[in-house]
Design a binder for this molecule. Structure first.
Ligand SMILES: Nc1ncnc2c1ncn2[C@@H]1O[C@H](COP(=O)(O)OP(=O)(O)OP(=O)(O)O)[C@@H](O)[C@H]1O
Length: 729
């Protein structure tokens, strides 16, 4: 569990995890790539005599709906995470032990195998669903809540300290081993007690079993046990708990119109969106709109849309806008980078304009009409900027609040007038708990990356939100959920937030990767990854690249390593202070650091212009995360490239799902990957969608109608069809 890191921004806000930046050299190109130009279809045509294999391939991939069963592999991977190691004593690593801006490979010690708390993703799993552990049955009881949160301190004693003086290669050797670093004492004392300013220091808070949680390192929710809803803000600002204040006040975004409407160009494949299939299920589906004019939004909105450079609706917008304008609840699933944000913002704003809401700074209690929640600070900031853009020149005021920033600042933003409140879950619950906003006027709740939020274990928080005093019931408000992936079990939970007649919009190969991303899977063992990474980055030159790794410490480590290799790099992850995270994103966006090393904190939603490459240095543990990560490139009709290092030792459980994703996106599938996928084949696995975490279709058994449409020429919703019903089960 993440028993220390969640407090990072509270306890020692002044500490820096600076990653040095070096000017990037120019490098020559080198050879790269080892995929085979063989598609899945060609495999089935090979006639290699393996009937088992043929059966496997047919059953897995031919239908386009099968393949799941990722849990065994996933849990395998998870089970290997209970170890800790450490950095070299007094030795270098960024400002966490990076001495004199030089990473001493031989001296920096045993960079440890991923500890469970270091894996951003893993933390969430620990709070996740039954299959992933944790939240199980919609039971929101305090008992289950506290049991998931409590007892964190109990892990501390057995968490590792330093691997004294062992070299980096030791880290690599340790990748496959179970290490319990207890002999060097607790992580806290070990990490903070050694060396001087440039030693890695734990920014953990007090130990001793204090409860708390920091979901995906984004939101800080502390609790000293049962039924506690203390947050970093409370602890830091009101003095309810110990710890210094969070003082960070994010700089205000530029106010000038050019900056507000700055946008990047849609890509050459934008028009291809018209051919994407869309399925809408539920009763009385309103017809889609084909153009912005048809949507009949108000004049100011149309003008803002034009200034934003939008001339044509994306598929998810064509379908979602009329559904939301029609007052319906919605669960929408569309590929990464396809315009989901505007799909909910525009109709909500249109309604607000119609209803004449006005932000007033003179109101004693601000009562927003719309609450938008997203799982990460960066994503919610981005949504806010979109809301600000589309509400430009109107009397609607959007406000953003998120963790890692001064609570007083959040409150000051709100009291100046708040119609649309964009928030991360922890900060939102803080503000509500402090009665800084009233909920009586809420008409719209939007959960962006809803699957992630629920998967992260924010289900209870979201339930608290909708059952807060004053919050209109689901019959009296509109609830909208968006994501590129919607696993079945998440859908079932999500259904509790929505009216029973909600509509489900599925655009394209739902849960699938964007076809504009060229995907390459390379078989790279853990010992060769760094070398391969450098080789690829040198080929890439200065093109903007996101490198995903599995743990926070590894993110720092790889960033530092790349800096030493003279690749201008920065990093973002949940252990970095908010100002550092924003700085890192800023440096990446502006091109100062064309390489951003990130954990899954940056996997979702981030919309950064011109990210041409994504490199999965470590593959994520789930295929959904893979889809989101590679979706940071190839956005809005632009093309992009994703290269993933596949280590058969640790990633084999993903092989089947990767083959599926690749073939669905019409990518080349390496023969060796097919072989691994085949070897992982479980006889008797039906390949049905049910239980499959990947393919996201409307899981409601009794939905009454669906339409299967082409975004260019759609039909209206169909009458219930028992045959279709079955096929949707
Ligand atoms: N109709 C449109 N015309 C032109 N650009 C658009 C349109 N809709 C959205 N965009 C732009 O496309 C980019 C991606 O949009 P957005 O971030 O909403 O995608 P998303 O579907 O939410 O992606 P993700 O699943 O990764 O969160 C943004 O820069 C947005 O401004």
């Amino acid at each position: 569990m993440g028993d220390e890191d969640w407090e990072a921004e509270i306890i020692k806000p002044h500490m820096s995890s600076y990653v040095p930046v070096f000017e990037k050299d120019r490098y020559s190109s080198g050879a790269n790539g080892d995929t085979f130009n063989r598609t899945l279809t060609s495999l089935s045509e090979m006639g290699d005599g393996s009937s088992r294999r043929d059966h496997f391939m047919r059953s897995r991939f031919a239908s386009g709906r099968s393949l799941g069963n990722r849990d065994p592999g996933e849990s395998n991977k998870r089970e290997n995470t209970s170890t800790m190691g450490g950095f070299g004593v007094g030795r270098s690593f960024g400002n966490r032990g990076f001495s004199n801006n030089k990473f001493e490979e031989g001296d920096s010690s045993s960079f440890w195998r991923e500890s469970s708390n270091d894996r951003e993703d893993n933390q969430t799993r620990n709070r996740g669903f039954s299959k992933r552990g944790g939240y199980q049955d919609g039971n929101d009881s305090e008992a289950s809540w506290s049991s998931r949160r409590g007892g964190r301190g109990s892990f501390r004693g057995c968490r590792g300290g330093f691997g004294l003086g062992s070299p980096y290669s030791k880290y690599e050797q340790d990748q496959g081993t179970q290490r319990t670093g207890g002999i060097f004492g607790s992580r806290r004392s070990a990490l903070s007690g050694v060396g001087k300013g440039d030693t890695y220091q734990s920014r953990s808070g007090s130990g001793s079993g204090r409860g708390g949680y920091r979901g995906l390192n984004e939101e800080v929710i502390t609790g000293s046990g049962k039924n506690s809803w203390k947050s970093e803000a409370e602890g830091g600002e009101s003095g309810d708990t110990q710890g210094p204040k969070v003082t960070y006040i994010p700089p205000p975004p530029p106010e000038d119109e050019d900056s507000i409407f700055a946008h990047y160009q849609t890509g050459i494949n934008f028009d291809k969106y018209d051919t994407i299939l869309v399925e809408v299920s539920g009763h009385d589906v309103p017809p889609a709109v084909l153009t912005f004019e048809e949507a009949n939004l108000c004049q100011t909105l149309n003008s803002n849309i034009a200034k934003a450079g939008y001339t044509k609706l994306t598929p998810v917008q064509k379908y979602s806008i009329p559904i939301i304008l029609g007052g319906r609840d919605l669960m929408a699933c569309a590929q990464t980078g396809s315009g989901k944000t505007a799909a909910f913002l525009l109709p909500i704003l249109a309604h607000m304009m119609r209803d004449g809401v006005t932000a007033s700074r003179f109101k004693e209690l601000q009562e927003p009409e719309c609450i938008i929640v997203a799982p990460t600070r960066e994503l919610i900031s981005q949504i806010y900027l979109e809301a600000r853009k589309f509400s430009f020149g109107t009397c609607v005021r959007a406000v953003v609040i998120y963790g890692g920033t001064q609570l007083g600042h959040s409150i000051r933003q709100i009291v100046q007038g708040c119609n649309i409140l964009c928030a991360t879950p922890g900060r939102l619950m803080d503000i509500i708990g402090k009665e800084k906003i009233g909920l009586r006027q809420v008409k719209y709740i939007v959960l962006d990356e809803a699957d992630r939020m629920l998967d992260m274990g924010f289900g209870p928080e979201m339930k608290k939100l909708i059952s807060c005093p004053g919050m209109p019931s689901k019959e009296q408000r509109q609830t909208l959920m968006f994501s590129a992936t919607f696993p079945e079990e998440i859908q079932r939970l999500a259904g509790e937030f929505l009216k029973s007649n909600y509509l489900f919009v599925a655009v394209g190969q739902v849960g699938g990767a964007c076809r504009d991303v060229q995907q390459t899977i390379l078989q790279v063992g853990q010992y060769s990854k760094r070398e391969k990474l450098v080789e690829i980055l040198r080929n890439i030159g200065d093109e903007r690249t996101m490198v995903f790794v599995e743990t926070k410490k590894k993110a720092d480590f790889i960033a530092t390593f790349l800096c030493q290799e003279k690749v201008s790099t920065t990093s973002i992850h949940g252990d970095r202070e908010q100002r550092e995270r924003e700085q890192a994103l800023g440096d990446f966006r502006c091109g100062k650091c064309p390489v951003l090393v990130a954990t899954s904190v940056a996997a979702r939603g981030l919309d950064i212009e011109n990210v041409q490459h994504v490199i999965n240095f470590d593959l994520p543990s789930t295929i959904d995360e893979y889809v989101h990560r590679i979706g940071r490139t190839g956005r809005c009709g632009n093309t992009g490239k994703a290269v993933s290092f596949f280590d058969p030792e640790s990633d084999s459980h993903l092989a089947q799902l990767l083959v599926k994703v690749l073939s669905d996106a019409q990518q080349d599938v390496p023969a060796w990957l097919e072989e691994i996928a085949f070897s992982m084949y479980v006889p008797g696995f039906s390949g049905s969608t049910r239980g499959n975490m990947f393919v996201s279709v409307d899981t409601r058994k009794n939905y009454q109608g669906k339409s299967s449409l082409n975004t260019a020429g759609f039909s209206s919703s169909q009458a219930p069809n028992p045959v279709d019903d079955e096929s949707w089960d």
